[in-house]
Each structure stands twice: as C-alpha cells, then as structure tokens.
Design a protein around this ligand. Sequence first.
Ligand code: PRP
Length: 209
Amino acid sequence: MLKIAITKGRIEKQVCQLLQENGFDMDPIFHKDRELLIETKDGLSMIFAKANDVLTFLEHGIVDVGFVGKDTLMDSDFHDYYEMYDLNIGKCYFAVAAYPDYRTKVLKRRKRIASKYTKVAKDYFTSLQEDVEIIKLEGSVELGPVVGLSDAIVDIVETGSTLQANGLEVIEKICDISTKMIVNKVSLKFKRDEILNLMDGLKGEKEKC
Ligand code: PRP
C-alpha cells in the first residue's frame, strides 16, 4: 500500500479529481462521509489532514507521499523530503500588501508586518536586510492594516479581490505558490515504482507506462 496524506478541502478535491481522470478509482473518496482514512482498490491508503499535519505525518514516516501547498512548505522548518512534482493547481502567490501610501511613508519605528506565515514574512524581510516586527494573525490578515495593527501584511493573493475590497494593494510579489507532491526520502527508495506510478497518474501519463 502506498500511504498518502492530502490537505483537506480544495487540494483534496483537485488531487482526487486528477487521479480519477487518469485511471485511479477515486469513488471511495468521493463517497466518503466523515472517515479520515480510506483505502482504494488501486492500493492507495489515503488520509485527509490539515496542511501542517500533512508535513508532520510525512516527517514521521506515517505516509510516503503528501499533497500540500507551497505556502505550507515555505513556512515550515521541515525540509527533509523530495519535492517531486508541481501539480500546477491551487495557483496563487505570496505578496507584501498594504495601503498605497506604504510606499512613501517614512516611519520612525520598525515596520509592523502582520502575517499568518511568519517564517515566510521573516525570511523575506531578512533577505532585504530590513529589521521589521512580525505580528502573527491566524486569518483575515488584511485586518492588520485595516484596524491599524500593522503597516503591511505578507499574505496569499489569489484573485486580489480581498485586497481590493479593503483598499489594499500588492506592494511586492514574493513568489508563486501551487500544490506540490512531496515524498518521504526513505519511501522513494523502497516504493519507487508505486510513487512514480502515482506521479504518472497525476501527469496523465499512467497509461503510457
Ligand atoms: C486567503 C488569503 C487572503 C485571501 C486571498 O484567505 O489569506 O485573505 O485568501 O484571496 P483573493 O486574492 O482571491 O481575495 P482564506 O480565504 O484562505 O482565509 P483566511 O483569511 O481566514 O486565511
């Protein structure tokens, strides 16, 4: 059995859809109720978890393969895996966003940056050699500038409509984000064929092999 952890929600739907389209029987997944572990006829044992937990399961060798957004990978301190395949879905980007006057405002104190992704924010401003104060928010990060908690945010932008609705704009794009297939390094040694077969399934090349 190839053990897989998938980020619950949108990534789960998109990955399972792709596999279904390419010959894997995903019916047990589409018809699941509240079960968290499902085994398919194709020899896949799938669990559905929060993004950070997908990494935890992979790190501890509980699963061989994980499907998770690049945002989660970038914000984690765990990097001991192979990033095998970019699914090119769930596409968005990290950006610094703020009110337009952020560009010209001169501050006599450290800039305050709100983010759910504090490591990404810290790494970005460190790369600019800027010493900023990072403030963690769990969601609706745009509230940072709106309520005056922060001067800017580091957040995910997909359509840009949340920024626009709150009078904010992208100051600087940091990097692109999409869904990645990651693989436990030991698993690749021992389950190479199953892992490559799954990857071919995602690429739509399963039948050719
Ligand atoms: C994400 C992100 C932005 C929004 C961007 O939040 O943090 O708030 O989506 O999308 P847009 O560019 O299409 O408007 P999410 O909806 O995941 O919820 P959260 O704010 O609670 O994290």
